[in-house]
Design a protein around this ligand. Structure first.
Ligand SMILES: [Fe+2]
Ligand SMILES: [Fe+2]
Ligand SMILES: [Fe+2]
Length: 504
């Protein structure tokens, strides 16, 4: 994205930020955000870890940093939902209308975004030095009566060549705009369009909360909007700085039936979110399954602060892993099949493609934890060919596969488990989170019968048992995620002790 465009036109983009799977995950996590926005309707960044997490994504911060510099605050985060034919008339965002600038907004389409549901702008209007609301007020144009025509007429007093631009934008793409630019929307599609609005400012710009939205705009004098520092340092003399929200929704025991590995003819990729939240030993864990068409890939090489495990459920994947974004440093391309898995440490660049001629179904878990990463040597990337062991191990076996200390876990352990029919484990609780990927057979767990393929997740301290039912052995991969001691780990230990006492 060019800083130049933002300076000249007052907006830039669209820029691709999220892939389809990420849009689905983000949307489900934002919709699941509990509680209320802090202080006002734009206050989600200060109250919801899910919003805060997206707003601090390095890919988004990279869009605003060239304009705002190193010290940046986030003062607004909200989902903007527009029903079919909803109109948001042209306007200037009043919180960020100060003539000296220093405000950048990132608008990201998440669902049903296209040109006719996205934003429109008057290029260059951020430099007129006046808000459209004031001009409309002077001309006697009421908010309801404001149209593209009245807006253009107002703009042409400042720039005879003023025009309306409506960028071609799609889900996962961002439009970045100067807080002073005139913008609006009109959802002309037949669907409800959902976008994420993230509003940033230079840390030295005071942010005010409007009391009225019609001209003349009045601001609250004593009530200040909460701002969260997202880069560098904040200024307490300019803004009401609040801490970043911590701790997303607590997860309980859960069962996720995986989808069948099929796609519609035109579909290249689809994704099914399973879980997103915190557990007693992890600040944040997320899991989903995706299906890729032959030859397709879900996203270019990417990296994140979370570490990740990817298991192929069916089909054939070619993993592409590298230490740099160009895909050249210490790069590997490896083919893996059903039951095999990969571990990517935080910061490792990775992607995959479907190397087979049938749809590829894979399941992914990624997590991040409290505190500073371990300074002791943590595990590097690993590709574990567990599929053969999984298919051939005799019932009654727990075949160890791999175990390491990682950046965010004191222990990440994987093994294969094979249960003969009617064999199993009595209810118990573990000190660590357990994720199990059932790849063959049928089990009874948590009072339900579940067929492969399925993902079972048991947070530390949550009681669970399992028994194979049906005629064939149940074969599954087990991952144990043991976080570092922290305030929540103490709680996990207590729950563990209580659960095991109840049994004994
Ligand atoms: Fe706006
Ligand atoms: Fe990833
Ligand atoms: Fe267990």
């Amino acid at each position: 994205m060019s800083k130049q465009a933002l300076e000249t036109d007052g907006y830039a983009g669209p820029v691709a930020v999220f892939d389809g799977a990420e849009c689905a995950q983000i949307l489900s996590s934002l919709r699941a955000a509990t509680g209320r926005p802090r202080a006002w309707f734009k206050g989600w960044a200060a109250s919801s870890p899910a919003f805060h997490r997206v707003a601090t994504d390095p890919r988004i911060l990279a869009l605003v940093r060239p304009t705002l510099g190193a010290d940046i605050v986030l003062w607004g985060a909200s989902l903007i939902i527009k029903a079919e034919s909803d109109i948001h008339p042209f306007h200037t965002d009043v919180e960020s209308m100060a003539p000296e600038g220093g405000f950048v907004t990132v608008w990201i389409g998440l669902e049903h975004t296209d040109r006719s549901s996205g934003l429109k702008f008057i290029p260059g209007s951020h430099r007129y030095g006046v808000t459209l609301q004031e001009l409309n007020h002077r001309a006697g144009v009421a908010r309801d009566a404001s149209t593209d025509e009245t807006t253009l007429a107002a703009a042409r007093q400042y720039d005879p060549a003023a025009r309306i631009v409506q960028p071609e934008v799609h889900d996962g793409e961002a439009l970045v705009f100067d807080g002073r630019a005139w913008h609006g929307s009109h959802n002309k599609t037949r669907a409800v369009r959902t976008a994420l609005l993230l509003q940033y400012a230079r840390a030295d710009r005071p942010v005010n909360m409007p009391r009225t939205f019609s001209w003349p705009i009045e601001f609250h004098r004593s009530k200040r909007p909460p701002v969260v520092v997202v880069s560098g340092k904040g200024r307490r003399d300019r803004n009401r700085i609040v801490p970043a929200p911590r701790g997303s929704r607590a997860l309980g025991n859960a069962i996720f039936q995986l989808p069948s590995a099929t796609l519609r003819p035109e579909q290249r990729f689809t994704s099914f979110p399973h879980l997103w939240g915190r557990t007693p030993t992890l600040i944040d864990v997320e899991g989903h399954s995706s299906i890729l068409a032959p030859g397709a890939n879900p996203h270019p090489l990417h990296q994140h602060i979370e570490e990740e495990i990817l298991v192929v459920v069916s089909g054939s994947a070619e993993l592409h892993v590298s230490d740099d974004a160009a895909g050249s440093a210490n790069a590997e391309r490896v083919r893996i099949g059903p039951g095999d898995f990969a571990y990517y440490p935080a910061g490792t660049h990775h992607t995959l493609s479907n190397a087979g001629d049938t749809p590829l179904l894979y399941t992914m878990l990624k997590w991040v934890n409290y505190g500073k990463p371990a300074d002791r040597r943590a595990a590097g990337r690993a590709i574990i060919r567990s599929g053969e062991t999984l298919r051939s191990a005799a019932p009654g076996i727990g075949a160890p596969l791999w175990q390491e200390r990682t950046r965010w876990l004191r222990r990440l352990h994987a093994h294969v488990s094979v249960l003969a029919p009617s064999e199993g484990y009595a209810p118990h609780a573990d000190r660590y989170d357990v994720a199990m990927l059932l790849l063959t057979g049928r089990v009874e767990t948590l009072g339900r019968e579940v067929s492969a393929p399925a993902l079972l997740y048991h947070p530390a301290g949550a009681e669970h048992g399992i028994r194979a039912v049906g005629a064939e052995p149940a074969r599954y991969l087990v991952f144990e995620l043991e976080g570092r001691p922290g305030p929540l780990a103490a709680l996990a230990r207590l729950q563990h002790r209580l659960a095991n006492r109840r049994r004994g």
